[in-house]
Design a protein around this ligand. Sequence first.
Ligand SMILES: [Fe+2]
Length: 258
Amino acid sequence: MNSGIATPPDLQAIALAGETLHLLPSGAALWPATGTLVVADLHLGKSERRARRWGALLPPYDTAETLARLDAVLDATRPTTVICLGDSFDDSAAADALRDDVRLWLARMMAGRRWIWVAGNHDPAPVDVGGTSLDEHRAGALTFRHIAQADADPGEVSGHWHPKLRLPVAGAGAARPAFVADGRRLILPAFGAYTGGLSALDPALSALMAPDAVAVLTGRTMVRVPLAACHSAAASSPGPSSPGRSPFRSPAAAARSR
Ligand SMILES: [Fe+2]
């Protein structure tokens, strides 16, 4: 049953544990049957945390850019429930340091709907910004958590890895944030600005996904591609620009800091 949620025309539908989720160009996912919108890894306050730790290295516009993109998705889809899959804040101090106008902006977006903050490795403690803070959230056949578990039951929805993928074709351009899904689990790309990413072909992600897994690239023109084909293309054209070679960090380093 559709709960009144609006579904934009440009999306990719996937089946997950008997449910249908719609993957959106922005990197958010819709579960129309329950009126739920899901986003991962907002990392609000990232530039503030970096400035606090290392001095101002990034222009401090990431929080406003991320919230503006999220606001646009909320306007377009009108969900009754929003689930943020952890690392919503770059750390607890960043959550505490949110400016009043940002708190008001968040409060306006949360008004009239259920809003769930799932704990992440960057923001493990409950945050004082309204909504409900949970370690993980179960709804029907689906479980929403920050980091995918290797032995999870079918129907897991998670974030954490910030998957990205560059298509293994000439002229494909830069890597784009990408969903990764295999019918048992779905991993969302990071929604936040300045968040970086890990190749969807990285062994850390391959270890979690079934052989028939697909990646769905975000952006104006979404592209669904079998990960096995990308692995084959990478293996046949090894080199520094190979899509199979992570342009980011080792899985161990990624796991520590995503
Ligand atoms: Fe993250």
